[in-house]
Design a protein around this ligand. Structure first.
Ligand SMILES: C[S@@+](CC[C@H](N)C(=O)[O-])C[C@H]1O[C@@H](n2cnc3c(N)ncnc32)[C@H](O)[C@@H]1O
Length: 221
């Protein structure tokens, strides 16, 4: 294949990883999420340590697996799981997966951009996202929004898989510049406190993923 065709293919896959759409590339990306996302989404939810009465929000829920895991943890309490994603294709997919949880009012999905979160100030206990932050155009705006809606002392969990991201860069789907964890962690430090990053192993595996924790201060400044 010529290098022009290859780079146009890589760009299209990259675009659909950011915002899955229709057509063959959208279908490929959707299928990829379906096969690959569950373990990382499950791990992300586990690191949130969600309690049954908590309000929880996932940013960029994709297929909806993280929302589904989180909904299981609040089903016997007064808690609720919210999700926001700007891809109509992923919204349709997640609504299908989460039919029951939506009809029992345990889950509420919104089609929208994470830079304009439609939730009240200080109303969410935990926010989580995985494989996402490097797609946000205006990260300062998103982080301001997350900080605004988190209750004092609330937690945000960011999960990523460095090895996987390096592979995506190698294939030309993402760029080195997009995946700058150091810069992201510094940006978090401007809004949140007790920011840290740690490596964890997938269950029964040598493979690792990374978890970044960031807390909203208990005292308003
Ligand atoms: C790489 S996918 C990850 C999906 C899921 N978290 C997973 O790990 O399978 C990124 C998701 O974030 C969504 N997304 C990216 N930027 C967004 C934004 N600015 N606002 C809302 N959703 C966004 C995309 O539509 C997509 O569903």
């Amino acid at each position: 294949m010529s290098s022009t065709i290859m780079s146009s293919y890589a760009r299209s896959i990259g675009d659909h990883l950011r915002k899955p759409g229709g057509g063959i590339y959208g279908w490929m990306v959707k299928r990829f999420f379906k096969k690959q996302s569950r373990p990382l989404e499950k791990a992300t939810v586990m690191h949130c340590k969600i309690q049954p009465n908590e309000s929880v929000l996932e940013l960029g829920f994709g297929s909806g697996f993280g929302i589904q895991y989180a909904a299981q943890l609040v089903k016997n309490g007064s808690g609720k799981v919210y999700g926001i994603d700007f891809s109509p294709v992923m919204m349709t997919e997640a609504m299908e997966l989460l039919k029951e949880e939506i009809s029992s009012n345990k889950v509420q999905l919104t089609l929208g951009d994470v830079s304009d979160l439609p939730y009240r100030d200080d109303s969410i206990d935990k926010v989580f996202h995985c494989n996402c932050y490097y797609f946000w155009d205006d990260r300062q705006k998103v982080l301001n929004n997350i900080h605004r809606i988190l209750r004092p002392g609330g937690l945000m969990i960011t999960v990523l898989n460095r090895t996987f991201l390096q592979k995506m860069i190698g294939k030309g789907f993402l760029t080195e510049d997009q995946i700058d964890h150091e810069r992201y962690i510094n940006e978090l430090g401007n809004h949140f406190c007790d920011v840290d990053i740690s490596d964890f192993n997938f269950r029964n595996s040598e493979k690792k993923y990374q978890v970044i924790r960031a807390f909203k201060s208990k005292i308003s400044i």
